[in-house]
Design a protein around this ligand. Structure first.
Ligand code: FE
Length: 254
């Protein structure tokens, strides 16, 4: 299994605080069935900056440590960049690191809102040949209030990633309900852990995928599995035509 979003690099953000914690996370990941994990440290989120060249170095150091510990996990380089007007320029300056050096660029919105320039920026990234991937839209308050904001972004070419823990209820009822609504509207292309540690912000990937399989069948599970593979190989993601989010019950529960 591939996990495309994690904070497993030691001491660079609010994820693993030390190599010991990174190793602990790596063991937890392997227990969940993860064999490949993308390290996506925060960048320009107001608290943490992690530049491309530093991340590349730190990822190879972590891989070396995992090899020494005999942990069967491969770490790939990535970055989680908070949306800002300079993203295109920073890509050109080689400061931003797309997922595994592909064309897929993570875009994180602030927790409480979606900036008004977001659609312009998502467009400009695509003009430059990048594929923006909106991370954890289900945890954004403005998208919770107006899910069709995400519809317009996806309709206009963005991809989107839901958090495994949202599918299992770890981020509360609103995030859980919205996650399933977004999946049912074909607005989600990927599932990832966004794990920060092995305890309170753990992986939940196994459980999330089993929920997907239970609710939508094996084919839905494979769709998400394959898209993670496509992303790290820089291939085109599978997608179904995006639909507006309707105010209907999901899973017959919410
Ligand atoms: Fe994250």
């Amino acid at each position: 299994m591939i996990d495309i979003h994690s904070h497993i690099l030691p001491g660079v953000d609010d994820g693993a605080q030390s190599m010991t914690e990174s190793i602990e996370m790596a063991r937890a990941a392997v227990q969940e069935g993860i064999d490949t994990i993308v390290a996506t440290p925060h960048h320009q989120n107001g608290a943490f900056d992690n530049y491309k060249n530093d991340i590349l170095l730190q990822v190879s150091e972590l891989n070396r440590a995992l090899e020494e510990e005999d942990i069967p996990l491969t770490v790939l380089p990535g970055q989680e960049t908070r949306i800002n007007g300079g993203m295109v320029e920073d890509l050109q300056k080689d400061e931003i690191l797309p997922i595994n050096e592909s064309n897929y660029v993570f875009v994180e919105f602030p927790h409480d809102q979606v900036p008004s320039y977001a659609s312009n920026l998502l467009f400009n990234l695509q003009v430059e040949g990048y594929q923006p991937v909106i991370v954890h839209p289900e945890r954004n308050l403005q998208i919770q209030d107006n899910p069709n904001l995400l519809y317009s972004f996806v309709k206009n070419g963005a991809a989107s990633q839901v958090t495994a823990g949202s599918l299992t209820g770890k981020f509360g009822r609103a995030a859980k309900k919205l996650s399933y609504q977004l999946i049912e509207s074909n607005l989600i292309h990927l599932i990832a852990s966004d794990a920060h540690n092995a305890k309170k912000r753990a992986f939940h990937m196994k459980e999330a995928y089993s929920e997907i399989s239970k609710n939508y069948g094996q084919s839905a599970m494979h769709y998400f599995f394959e898209n993670a593979q496509y992303m790290i190989e820089n291939q085109t993601l599978a997608s179904d035509p995006p639909e507006h989010v309707k105010k209907k019950k999901v899973l017959g529960i919410f």
